[in-house]
Write a protein that binds this ligand. Sequence first.
Ligand code: PHE
Length: 330
Amino acid sequence: MKNILENIDDVIDDIKKFEIQSITDKLEFQRKFSGKEGLLPQVLSYFKNLESSEKRKFGPQVNRLKNAVEEKIRTFNKHLIKEDVSYFDPTRPLDLFFPGSCHVLNLVTEEVCAIFNEIGFEIEEGPEVEDEFYNFSALNFPEDHPARDMQDTFFLDVTGKSWLLRTHTSPVQIRVMQSGKPPFRFLAPGKVFRCDHDATHSPVFHQIEGLFVDKNVRFSDLKGILEYFAVRFFGPGTQIRFRPSFFPFTEPSAEVDVLWSQYGNRWLEILGCGMVHRKVLENCGLDPEEWRGFAFGMGVERLAMLRYGIDDIRLFYENDLRFLSAEMDH
Ligand code: PHE
């Protein structure tokens, strides 16, 4: 040991020359120098028991050794963070400067819920595995209507009954209306599933459903609330337009586009909506002469892509640290 202390410069040289390029190299470095059985802890415990005169003599050397080991590991960790963020190193100490962040899809969902919460909308949830009744029939999709295939449903064949992964959040409308008493005013955020996969479609994505049922609810209420939302979410001066559309569960129906001036003044769709179809109200035991409502369903990925200028939907799910740690204004 004494020998080592006297030739500490050679050891420090070895440490400096040691190339740590991979996790295997790092483990080897730890085995030799910094780990429990490595050189540094051995030198330190030997040093602890030295006479004080010797301590004074070797103190600076021991310090240099310690610094060299620490410096080596620090450089390697930095290189990992900068060069290859997808590289997973289980031995790397927790980086306190990047403690994790809220996923942008959760940020957007929370923000939308907060905006609607202020004007009296509560939050509801429904199951991701549904049956045909809640996903289609109760929503007035005719039995053999092509609309059922249109959405490219994932069917699950369990216990002889045909279950499916919900293709939209609209079944939550039915579940809430069936189990409670009007008036209703809620948002239902959640995952939805369709067989689709490319740069703008993912087989799993997120929607936020909205339902407002009361006496004397009119289309102008729907318009007013969505215009209010667009301005709150995208900023003052945001313009939206209502385009006539079709959904079996609303009549009349519309799709809403936002005017996107950054992208050459294009109208981009953000949601579908309409007045709740009287058949849907009846399916839930409500009298359409007494109760009226509107519903809407927005795509969370779509809102996030527009708001943050994200052009590939796959970025949301790949969990690349560069994407996850990007600053999002909030
Ligand atoms: N469920 C529709 C869709 O997924 C959206 C929608 C919701 C339309 C509510 C009207 C009312 O496309």
